[in-house]
Design a protein around this ligand. Structure first.
Ligand code: 5GP
Length: 185
Protein backbone atom coordinates (compact mmCIF):
# COMPACT_ATOMS: atom_id res chain seq x y z
CA UNK A 1 0.00 0.00 0.00
CA UNK A 2 1.25 3.50 -0.77
CA UNK A 3 2.34 5.71 2.12
CA UNK A 4 0.63 8.98 2.84
CA UNK A 5 1.89 12.51 2.41
CA UNK A 6 1.57 14.58 5.56
CA UNK A 7 2.24 18.28 5.28
CA UNK A 8 3.15 20.27 8.38
CA UNK A 9 3.12 24.06 8.36
CA UNK A 10 2.99 26.88 10.88
CA UNK A 11 4.78 30.13 11.57
CA UNK A 12 8.53 30.32 11.95
CA UNK A 13 9.45 29.88 15.63
CA UNK A 14 6.35 27.88 16.55
CA UNK A 15 8.42 24.80 17.42
CA UNK A 16 7.65 22.65 14.35
CA UNK A 17 11.21 21.31 14.35
CA UNK A 18 11.02 19.88 17.87
CA UNK A 19 7.52 18.54 17.31
CA UNK A 20 8.56 16.78 14.11
CA UNK A 21 11.73 15.36 15.66
CA UNK A 22 9.62 13.86 18.43
CA UNK A 23 7.07 12.24 16.11
CA UNK A 24 9.88 10.84 13.92
CA UNK A 25 11.42 9.23 17.01
CA UNK A 26 8.05 7.75 17.94
CA UNK A 27 7.10 6.34 14.51
CA UNK A 28 9.80 4.54 12.48
CA UNK A 29 7.57 4.40 9.38
CA UNK A 30 7.71 8.20 9.04
CA UNK A 31 10.33 9.90 6.88
CA UNK A 32 10.98 13.65 6.81
CA UNK A 33 11.77 15.15 3.42
CA UNK A 34 14.97 17.23 3.28
CA UNK A 35 14.27 20.51 1.52
CA UNK A 36 16.57 22.50 -0.72
CA UNK A 37 17.17 26.13 0.22
CA UNK A 38 19.22 29.16 -0.72
CA UNK A 39 19.28 30.34 2.91
CA UNK A 40 22.64 30.35 4.69
CA UNK A 41 23.15 27.43 7.10
CA UNK A 42 22.63 28.26 10.77
CA UNK A 43 25.35 27.20 13.19
CA UNK A 44 25.10 23.44 13.64
CA UNK A 45 23.01 22.80 10.52
CA UNK A 46 24.40 20.02 8.32
CA UNK A 47 24.20 20.08 4.52
CA UNK A 48 22.11 17.16 3.25
CA UNK A 49 20.62 16.54 6.67
CA UNK A 50 18.85 19.74 7.76
CA UNK A 51 18.65 21.15 4.24
CA UNK A 52 20.43 20.81 0.94
CA UNK A 53 22.03 24.27 0.80
CA UNK A 54 22.17 25.59 -2.77
CA UNK A 55 23.24 28.72 -4.60
CA UNK A 56 20.50 30.77 -6.30
CA UNK A 57 21.72 29.44 -9.68
CA UNK A 58 21.55 25.78 -8.63
CA UNK A 59 18.12 26.26 -7.08
CA UNK A 60 16.91 27.82 -10.32
CA UNK A 61 18.20 24.83 -12.30
CA UNK A 62 16.25 22.49 -10.04
CA UNK A 63 13.07 24.52 -10.63
CA UNK A 64 13.62 24.56 -14.39
CA UNK A 65 14.19 20.81 -14.56
CA UNK A 66 10.89 20.21 -12.68
CA UNK A 67 12.85 18.60 -9.87
CA UNK A 68 10.74 20.16 -7.12
CA UNK A 69 7.32 19.05 -5.91
CA UNK A 70 6.72 22.62 -4.75
CA UNK A 71 8.83 25.67 -4.03
CA UNK A 72 8.43 29.16 -2.61
CA UNK A 73 10.26 32.30 -1.66
CA UNK A 74 10.06 32.80 2.09
CA UNK A 75 11.49 35.82 3.97
CA UNK A 76 14.02 36.52 1.21
CA UNK A 77 15.22 32.97 0.46
CA UNK A 78 14.06 30.11 -1.76
CA UNK A 79 12.91 26.77 -0.38
CA UNK A 80 11.67 23.67 -2.20
CA UNK A 81 10.88 19.96 -1.84
CA UNK A 82 12.91 17.61 -4.07
CA UNK A 83 10.24 15.49 -5.79
CA UNK A 84 11.88 12.11 -6.41
CA UNK A 85 12.81 11.07 -2.86
CA UNK A 86 9.27 11.89 -1.71
CA UNK A 87 7.48 10.07 -4.54
CA UNK A 88 9.78 7.02 -4.27
CA UNK A 89 9.17 6.62 -0.55
CA UNK A 90 5.42 7.07 -0.83
CA UNK A 91 5.27 4.40 -3.54
CA UNK A 92 7.22 2.05 -1.26
CA UNK A 93 4.70 2.51 1.58
CA UNK A 94 6.55 5.01 3.76
CA UNK A 95 4.58 7.92 5.24
CA UNK A 96 6.35 11.12 4.25
CA UNK A 97 6.33 14.38 6.21
CA UNK A 98 6.92 17.74 4.57
CA UNK A 99 7.67 20.77 6.72
CA UNK A 100 6.96 23.67 4.40
CA UNK A 101 5.47 27.16 4.28
CA UNK A 102 1.91 28.11 3.41
CA UNK A 103 2.62 28.81 -0.27
CA UNK A 104 4.12 25.33 -0.58
CA UNK A 105 1.12 23.75 1.16
CA UNK A 106 -1.20 25.35 -1.38
CA UNK A 107 0.85 23.94 -4.27
CA UNK A 108 0.90 20.45 -2.76
CA UNK A 109 -2.87 20.55 -2.26
CA UNK A 110 -3.24 21.25 -6.00
CA UNK A 111 -0.80 18.59 -7.19
CA UNK A 112 -1.44 15.82 -4.64
CA UNK A 113 -5.07 15.79 -3.60
CA UNK A 114 -4.55 12.96 -1.11
CA UNK A 115 -2.08 14.99 1.00
CA UNK A 116 -3.19 15.62 4.59
CA UNK A 117 -2.33 19.00 6.07
CA UNK A 118 -1.72 20.06 9.65
CA UNK A 119 -1.10 23.57 10.99
CA UNK A 120 0.96 24.12 14.13
CA UNK A 121 -0.19 27.31 15.86
CA UNK A 122 1.47 29.26 18.70
CA UNK A 123 -0.54 29.90 21.88
CA UNK A 124 -0.32 33.65 20.99
CA UNK A 125 1.61 36.09 18.78
CA UNK A 126 3.42 37.34 21.89
CA UNK A 127 4.63 33.81 22.64
CA UNK A 128 5.82 33.45 19.04
CA UNK A 129 7.68 36.78 19.12
CA UNK A 130 9.36 35.81 22.39
CA UNK A 131 10.43 32.44 20.95
CA UNK A 132 11.90 33.95 17.79
CA UNK A 133 13.83 36.51 19.84
CA UNK A 134 15.07 33.92 22.35
CA UNK A 135 16.22 31.58 19.56
CA UNK A 136 18.69 34.27 18.50
CA UNK A 137 19.26 32.78 15.03
CA UNK A 138 17.88 35.75 13.08
CA UNK A 139 18.70 39.44 13.19
CA UNK A 140 16.00 42.00 13.90
CA UNK A 141 15.06 42.54 10.24
CA UNK A 142 14.76 38.81 9.64
CA UNK A 143 12.58 38.41 12.76
CA UNK A 144 10.32 41.21 11.50
CA UNK A 145 9.97 39.47 8.10
CA UNK A 146 9.16 36.19 9.82
CA UNK A 147 6.55 37.80 12.09
CA UNK A 148 4.91 39.46 9.08
CA UNK A 149 4.73 36.06 7.36
CA UNK A 150 3.36 34.55 10.60
CA UNK A 151 0.38 36.94 10.56
CA UNK A 152 -0.77 35.77 7.15
CA UNK A 153 -0.02 32.13 7.96
CA UNK A 154 -2.20 32.33 11.11
CA UNK A 155 -5.07 33.74 9.08
CA UNK A 156 -4.90 30.64 6.87
CA UNK A 157 -5.10 28.08 9.69
CA UNK A 158 -8.71 27.31 8.69
CA UNK A 159 -7.52 25.84 5.36
CA UNK A 160 -5.84 22.92 7.12
CA UNK A 161 -7.28 19.49 7.91
CA UNK A 162 -6.05 19.76 11.50
CA UNK A 163 -4.77 22.55 13.81
CA UNK A 164 -2.52 21.79 16.78
CA UNK A 165 -1.67 24.52 19.31
CA UNK A 166 1.91 24.06 20.49
CA UNK A 167 1.59 25.20 24.08
CA UNK A 168 2.68 22.06 25.93
CA UNK A 169 5.07 20.06 23.70
CA UNK A 170 4.09 16.69 25.24
CA UNK A 171 0.42 17.32 24.49
CA UNK A 172 1.21 18.54 20.97
CA UNK A 173 3.33 15.44 20.19
CA UNK A 174 0.51 13.18 21.36
CA UNK A 175 -2.06 15.05 19.26
CA UNK A 176 0.09 14.99 16.13
CA UNK A 177 0.82 11.26 16.42
CA UNK A 178 -2.85 10.50 17.02
CA UNK A 179 -3.87 12.53 13.97
CA UNK A 180 -1.19 10.96 11.75
CA UNK A 181 -2.47 7.53 12.76
CA UNK A 182 -5.98 8.47 11.79
CA UNK A 183 -7.71 9.64 14.94
CA UNK A 184 -9.56 12.92 14.55
CA UNK A 185 -7.80 15.76 16.40
P1 5GP B 1 13.73 28.17 8.15
O1 5GP B 1 14.55 29.19 7.43
O2 5GP B 1 13.29 28.68 9.51
O3 5GP B 1 14.42 26.82 8.24
O4 5GP B 1 12.40 27.95 7.31
C1 5GP B 1 11.60 29.05 6.98
C2 5GP B 1 10.27 28.58 6.42
O5 5GP B 1 10.48 27.86 5.21
C3 5GP B 1 9.51 27.65 7.37
O6 5GP B 1 8.16 28.09 7.41
C4 5GP B 1 9.62 26.32 6.70
O7 5GP B 1 8.47 25.52 6.96
C5 5GP B 1 9.66 26.71 5.25
N1 5GP B 1 10.24 25.67 4.39
C6 5GP B 1 11.25 24.81 4.67
N2 5GP B 1 11.46 23.98 3.64
C7 5GP B 1 10.53 24.30 2.71
C8 5GP B 1 10.23 23.77 1.40
O8 5GP B 1 10.82 22.82 0.90
N3 5GP B 1 9.22 24.38 0.73
C9 5GP B 1 8.51 25.43 1.24
N4 5GP B 1 7.53 25.92 0.50
N5 5GP B 1 8.78 25.94 2.45
C10 5GP B 1 9.77 25.38 3.17
Amino acid sequence: MAGSLIVVAGPSGVGKGTLIRRVLEADPNLWLSVSATTRQPRPGEVDGQDYVFLSDADFKKLVESNGLLEWAEFAGNYYGTPALPVLNRISRGTDVLLEIDLQGVRQVRESMASARTVFVAPPSIDALTARLEARGTEDRAAIARRLAAAQSELEAAGEFDCVIVNDDIEVAVGQLLAWIHGDSA
